[in-house]
Design a protein around this ligand. Structure first.
Ligand code: FAD
Ligand code: NAI
Length: 475
């Protein structure tokens, strides 16, 4: 007799494990199946985010930033540091321990919330009366049945056509997070989020990094003014980015990786690197799900087709996170996971993509929520905007990091905040205030009138809100 559950979640990344926890909290008998293995073959729930994404990348960004500060910024504070070196193995070991803590934390949370965990691959066997039969292959081999199924199988790195990842020379995010030595010359294809974050890590540790980007412009999804400011800062740091290129042949050999490409002017060019990171986007992952067995519909991109509420074409089957439309972000996956569990319980939650924040954890950090100026222009919406540079912020001066600015965009008539864009120190933390403001439909004047602690970086957001009405106090 197979075990029966109210809710079976396939995939234990931020979309899946959070959905399972919420379903457990709501009193459903819940199973979560995840196939990720740690280095010893044991379970490693948490998905891309925990194992080869958000968490390890932030660990390496922190380590490399400390190193960069010690090399370039300590002296200004009167701190003398001689004989600085980087022990890459130790840095990677620290990152791996942080990942492990997160894996174990999730297993603990499953126990706490009475979620039954199965380590292995989950696939649809067949539809049954009032639910689905799910086969678990791997360590926890068996068949289970569930009334509701939440698919949260995530995404995988997109490869260049004909260029497989070997994770030694040609690297996806996985290999980029575990290079055993600092390459002298590092190539990166794609100046998106991974290219910038991983390019920054290895540049700070000493690599000569060149990023090759197909599009003519930088960070198209960000506000143009913010992207321009960020590009200026990255260029000053020594990150080389070439735009408008077309990648040709890529050849990996024991000597390294040779990349032939056409530059923006149509010239044939070749660059040789010790290693190459390919970060040209990610593709939804439905491998091994056996979606055909039950007729689960995919869209033209290979993502599971869902409506606004994450319902698939099948009754009782839902899908969340990277495997469906929308931004590929851990917090978006989590919000969808919670919302689906609550919908199964008959509740009416809502996930608003317009208030999902974006953060790029480079230095300076880049963060935004809501609309960009170019989007508002294209939509013909009248707006007012205000900016404030960190150069004029006392806390930023004390930190020794005055790069960047905060920008608030508000509706010209109602003053409702339409977007907030920040490039500068701790933008990742500052953006939360803007998200809260937008969720509460605040006006720029609301932020301008709220008392912000002094000295704090958040005063830059307040000043940008004041600047919407052309009444900055400190600039
Ligand atoms: P995933 O995290 O991909 O999890 C899917 C899980 O399902 C995996 O464990 C997989 O093994 C498992 N699985 C797949 N198929 C099956 C099956 N048939 N049976 C059982 N298990 C299965 N986002 C942010 O918001 N902030 C960041 O800072 C950030 N940094 C990132 C850095 C990098 C280098 C990368 C690559 C991504 C980063 N992301 C970040 C994106 C984030 O990782 C994803 O948006 C997020 O992990 C998506 O969650 P998910 O649950 O949909 O899928
Ligand atoms: P991306 O979509 O952010 O950027 C890909 C870049 O590669 C784009 O600029 C694109 O124009 C370029 N590109 C595409 N094909 C190309 C080609 N053939 N040659 C040259 N350039 C090409 O994708 P990325 O960086 O791989 O990251 C995937 C996703 O992971 C992100 O979109 C994001 O959703 C998520 N992520 C989020 C992070 C965060 O929130 N801090 C950190 C890292 C990843």
């Amino acid at each position: 007799m197979s075990k029966n559950f109210d809710v079976i979640v396939i995939g234990g990344g931020p979309g899946g494990y959070i959905a399972a926890i919420r379903a457990g909290q709501l009193g459903f008998s819940t199973a979560c199946i995840d196939e990720w293995k740690d280095s010893k073959g044991g379970p490693a729930p948490g998905g891309t985010c925990t194992n080869v994404g958000c968490i390890p990348s932030k660990a390496l960004l922190q380590s490399s930033e400390h190193f960069d500060h010690a090399r370039h910024q300590f002296a200004a504070h009167g701190i003398q540091a001689q004989g600085l070196g980087i022990d890459v193995a130790k840095m990677l070991d620290r990152k791996d321990r942080i990942v492990r803590q997160n894996n174990e934390g999730i297993l603990y949370l499953f126990k706490k919330n009475k979620v039954t965990f199965f380590h292995g691959r989950g696939s649809f066997a067949k539809a049954i009366d009032g639910g689905y039969e799910i086969r678990v292959a791997g360590a926890s081999e068996q068949t289970i049945t569930g009334t509701n199924v939440i698919v949260a199988t995530g995404s995988t790195a997109r490869a260049l056509p004909g260029v497989d990842f070997d994770e030694k020379l040609v690297l996806s995010n996985d290999g980029a997070l575990r290079m055993p030595t600092v390459p002298d010359k590092l190539g990166v294809i794609g100046s998106g989020v991974i290219g910038l974050e991983m390019g920054s890590v290895w540049r700070r540790l000493g690599s000569d990094v060149t990023v090759l980007e197909a599009l003519p412009a930088f960070l198209g999804a960000a506000d143009e003014q913010i992207a321009k400011e960020a590009l200026k800062a990255f260029t000053k740091q020594g990150l080389k980015i070439e735009f408008g290129i077309t990648v040709g042949a890529v050849q990996a050999s024991p000597e390294g990786v040779q990349v032939d490409y056409t530059d923006a002017k149509g010239g044939a060019r070749t660059l040789a690197f010790d290693r190459l990171i390919v970060s040209i986007g990610r593709v939804p992952n439905t491998t091994g799900l056996n979606a055909e067995a039950v007729g689960l519909r995919l869209d033209e991109r290979g993502a599971i087709a869902v409506d606004d509420e994450c319902r698939t074409n099948l009754p009782g089957v839902w899908a969340v996170g990277d495997v469906v439309r929308g931004p590929m972000l851990a917090h978006k996956a989590e919000e969808e996971g919670v919302a689906v569990a609550e919908r199964i319980a008959g509740q009416h939650p809502h996930v608003d993509f317009n208030t999902v924040p974006w953060v790029i954890y480079t230095s300076p950090e880049i963060a935004w929520v809501g609309q960009t100026e170019q989007q508002l222009k294209a939509a013909g919406r009248s707006y007012r905007s205000g900016t404030f540079p960190f150069l004029a912020n006392g806390r930023a001066r004390a930190l020794g990091d005055t790069t960047g600015l905060a920008k608030v965009i508000a509706d010209a008539q109602t003053d409702e905040i339409l977007g907030v864009h920040i490039v500068g120190p701790f933008a990742s933390e500052l953006i939360a205030e803007a998200v809260v403001a937008m969720e509460f439909k605040a006006s720029a004047e609301d932020i301008a009138r709220i008392c912000h602690a002094h000295p704090s970086l958040s005063e830059a957001t307040k000043e940008a809100a004041l600047a919407v009405d052309k009444r900055s106090l400190n600039f």
